[in-house]
Ligand binder design. Structure first.
Ligand code: ATR
Length: 286
C-alpha cells in the first residue's frame, strides 16, 4: 500500500461475515492494481455520516449490503434507473465527489446464469420467494423478456412484486401464486427455470428444501441463491435428476465483479474471485 492506494469497501450491519473483502481483494491482487477493499461496520443511525465520509475521505466506491440498500438512496447524488425501479443500491461510485448509486444484483444474476447456460432471454421462470433478492432478479428477468411466476409463502408479498413488474412491463409479464405444493406442482411443469430466493435450505437448515425432488426433472434449469452450504439439498437433488443446477456462489461473484468493473474499468477475473470463496469454504464443489 502506498500514498496513492485507492480505497473501496462495503457498508453493512452486520458486516463481519461479509465475503466481499475476501473475493474483491483476491481480484485486486490478480489484477495488480493499487486498490484495497475493506469492511465498514455502519450502524443505521450513522449511514448519512458514513456517506459523507465517502466524500470526505475520497473513498473510490463502496458496496452496500443489509440493511442499507434502500436507505442509502436518499443520501446519494444520483441513482440508476434500475436502482430507482427496485429501490435498492448495492454499489456506490465516487465520481469526483459526486456519488452515484447502482445495483449489480440483477445483472449479476443474469450474467452468472448466461455464463453457465447461455442466453436465457424469453425463458419461463418460477421464482420462489418475494423478498429483496427476488425483486432484483424478477426485474432483471423482465428486462430480458422472461415470463415470471412468483410463488411466495405470504401471497400478498408476491402480489405486490408482481404488480410492480406489471406496471413496468405490462400485465402479461408476471403472476403471483402461493407456495402450497399443489400450486407449485402445477406451475413448475410450465417453466424452463426455477430460482430459489427463499432461505429454505440455508445453513443450519441444510436438510430442508423448498421443492420436493419429485417436482424436479432433467430439462429444468435450477438456480439456488443460497451459497452456504455450497451445495444445497435442492441443487443436489436437481443434479441427481439430470437437471442443470447452480448455487448462489456464482451470483455473489458476478455481482461483486460487476461492481469492481464499475470502479476500475477493468475486465474482472471472476474465476479468481470464485476460487477464493471456494477455498474459504474449504470444499471443492462448484
Ligand atoms: P432477501 O432479501 O434475501 O430476499 P427477505 O426479504 O427476508 O430476504 O425474503 C426472504 C424470502 O424467503 C421471503 O420470500 C420469505 O417468505 P415470506 O415473504 O412469506 O416471509 C421466504 N422464506 C423465508 N423462510 C421461509 C420458509 N420457511 N418457507 C417459505 N418461505 C420462506
Amino acid at each position: 500500500m502506498l500514498g496513492n492506494t485507492k480505497i473501496l469497501g462495503v457498508f453493512g450491519h452486520p458486516v463481519s461475515h461479509s465475503l466481499s473483502p475476501l473475493m474483491q481483494n483476491a481480484a485486486i491482487e490478480a489484477l495488480n492494481i493499487d486498490y484495497i477493499y475493506v469492511p465498514f461496520h455502519v450502524l443505521p443511525e450513522n449511514l448519512e455520516q458514513a456517506v459523507q465520509g465517502v466524500r470526505a475521505l475520497n473513498i473510490a466506491g463502496v458496496n452496500v449490503t443489509i440493511p442499507h440498500k434502500e436507505q442509502i438512496i436518499q443520501y446519494l447524488d444520483e441513482v440508476s434507473e434500475y436502482s430507482k425501479q427496485i429501490r435498492s443500491v448495492n454499489t456506490v461510485i465516487n465520481d469526483n465527489g459526486r456519488l452515484k448509486g447502482d445495483t449489480t444484483d440483477g445483472l449479476g444474476f443474469l450474467k452468472s446464469a448466461e455464463a453457465q447456460w447461455g442466453k436465457i432471454d424469453g425463458s419461463r421462470v418460477l421464482v420462489l420467494g418475494a423478498g429483496g433478492a427476488a425483486k432484483a432478479i424478477c426485474f432483471a428477468l423482465a428486462r430480458v423478456g422472461c415470463n415470471i411466476v412468483i410463488a411466495n409463502r405470504t401471497l400478498k408479498r408476491a402480489e405486490e412484486l408482481s404488480e410492480g413488474l406489471q406496471v413496468a412491463y405490462g400485465s402479461s409479464i408476471s403472476r403471483a401464486v402461493g407456495l402450497q405444493m399443489e400450486v407449485v406442482e402445477e406451475e413448475i411443469r410450465q417453466v424452463d427455470m426455477v430460482v430459489n430466493t427463499t432461505s429454505v435450505g440455508m445453513y443450519p437448515g441444510v436438510s430442508e428444501t423448498p421443492l420436493p425432488s419429485c417436482l424436479l426433472r432433467s430439462n429444468l434449469m435450477v438456480y439456488d441463491l443460497i451459497y452456504n452450504p455450497l451445495k444445497t439439498r435442492l441443487v443436489g437433488e436437481a443434479q441427481a435428476k439430470g437437471a442443470r443446477a447452480m448455487t448462489g456462489l456464482k451470483m455473489l461473484v458476478y455481482q461483486g465483479a460487476l461492481s469492481l468493473e464499475m470502479w476500475t474499468g477493468r475486465k474482472i477475473p471472476v474465476d479468481v474471485m470464485e476460487e477464493a470463496l471456494i477455498k474459504h469454504f474449504g470444499k471443492g464443489s462448484k
